[in-house]
Write a protein that binds this ligand. Structure first.
Ligand SMILES: C[S@@+](CC[C@H](N)C(=O)[O-])C[C@H]1O[C@@H](n2cnc3c(N)ncnc32)[C@H](O)[C@@H]1O
Length: 264
């Protein structure tokens, strides 16, 4: 498997379900707006790459109906198995290492999946290559360097601690050699993969309860690693988790870049 996050975040851990719910709450409206604009409809054949949880797959399944097809792939399909009935097919698939699970797709969509793959150009070529002529590719990934703060409005010690721990999390990833996602490169990568009519935009919330849920799950998942690496103390983490749960912090995420294009 070609994950670049050093297994910091694992689908089988209990926090994974919280992550997927938070991703859905934060990013599904933007994803669905883009998918609607691309015209996804009855009878479409779709490939949902690195699907993770069921929310996007279920939306696509409703949209394409019984005459359509939704191939949902992931290296870890444990959270997808329950939705595995027509028009959905769930398959174990490694985007970084395997050929596409089909061809002639009308739509290929990947959100927060490309980051796990080392050779992103190859992965994009593979996704683009699986489209029919005229088919659409929508790739969405974050860009932490564009907006690195957890609390952009840093007006007190709680916000300072939050931003310090966010910085520590990034350092932990960097020390493990993780190649952070770089959403801003997606339009170029799509063009290089041969797509035309490429556009992109970005979204991030400035305050949302789902950000608190995401932050709490992330910090609980990596707390031992932060402490072992000397990047935070147990007391820091405990205090931060209380601050996050209090609901008084305006937490945000990195911008989610959505880039889309069409195969000629
Ligand atoms: C951050 S989650 C995003 C899940 C979902 N796309 C979403 O936006 O809610 C990343 C997903 O990519 C999957 N993944 C990691 N490496 C992968 C690979 N090489 N090929 C396919 N999926 C992969 C993980 O198992 C995980 O489900």
């Amino acid at each position: 498997m070609t994950r670049t996050d050093g297994h910091l975040l694992d689908n089988r851990q209990t926090e994974a379900a919280e992550h997927f719910s938070a991703f859905a709450a934060l990013f599904d409206p933007t994803t669905f707006r883009h998918l609607e604009a691309l015209g996804v409809g009855s009878g479409w054949r779709c490939w949902e790459v690195g699907a993770g949880g069921p929310s996007v797959v279920s939306w696509l399944a409703k949209r394409v109906g019984p005459t359509g097809r939704v191939v949902a792939t992931d290296t870890d399909t444990s959270r997808l198995a329950r939705g595995a009935r027509p028009p959905v097919e769930v398959r174990v698939h490694d985007l970084g290492a395997q050929d596409p699970p089909g061809e002639g797709f009308d739509l290929v969509h990947a959100r927060l999946a490309l980051v796990h793959v080392t050779d992103r150009q190859r992965a994009l070529r593979s996704m683009a290559g699986s489209l029919r002529p005229g088919g659409r590719l929508l790739v969405e990934d974050v860009d932490p360097a564009l907006q690195p703060l957890l609390c952009p409005d840093e007006y007190g010690p709680e916000q300072q601690l939050a931003n310090r721990l966010r910085h520590s999390f990034r350092k932990l990833l960097a020390d493990r050699g993780t190649d952070l996602p770089c959403g801003r490169t997606l339009p170029r990568l799509l063009r290089e993969a041969g797509l035309t009519r490429v556009h992109a935009d970005a979204y991030f919330p400035l305050a949302s309860p789902a950000c608190a849920a995401l932050e709490s799950a992330t910090i609980r998942q990596i707390r031992d690693q932060l402490v072992t690496a000397g990047l935070a103390t147990d007391q820091d983490i405990q205090r931060h988790l209380i601050n996050v749960t209090s609901g008084t912090l305006d937490l945000t995420t990195p911008p989610m870049i959505s880039a889309w294009g069409r195969k000629q």
